[in-house]
Unconditional design. Sequence first.
Length: 102
Amino acid sequence: FNLYMNNYFSSIASFERLRDLGIGGCGIVRQNQSTIYFLTTILSLEDRIRVLCKKPYQSSSNVLTIHQIFGTMEWTNIPIAVITNDYNQYKVGISVINQYHS
């Protein structure tokens, strides 16, 4: 199973301990702690799922990319990493404790 952690409690040490126990972990490590790359130590970025996405606002810098992906459609299915989808679906949101921590 995977554990989705409150950002206040995320650290490299906690992710390493979870990995040692065979448990996936997901959260954000703050800048003042050492870097851990978004779940790449636990799951593969190659596993993909298709999700329905709405066409974003087009600025002058992204108009060609947006047109290549969406064409004239307002919505389209886009492949994203399964771990990215898991994080987006199961995270609680921005932690209020981080606002107090700042």
